[in-house]
Design a protein. Structure first.
Length: 66
């Protein structure tokens, strides 16, 4: 099954992406090594900002803000 991953979405751009690509299967706070490991061949990756070939951040993003 092809999964859709949204990466780095924070606001209204999320709604625009859902209209264009449908709802995501996974939402990643940012592009880091952990997010990269969770993506399988053939998955669709949608970045909120930046180029499609950007390097992932080595330090992991936190899961939630409290």
């Amino acid at each position: 099954m092809r999964c859709t991953h949204f990466i780095g979405f924070k606001g209204e751009e999320y709604h625009s992406a859902v209209k264009a690509f449908g709802p995501p299967h996974f939402i990643h706070r940012g592009w880091d090594l952990r997010a990269q490991r969770e993506i399988a061949d053939g998955d669709l990756i949608i970045f909120a900002t930046g180029p499609h070939d950007q390097e992932p951040r080595r330090k992991s993003f936190n899961d939630i803000n409290e």
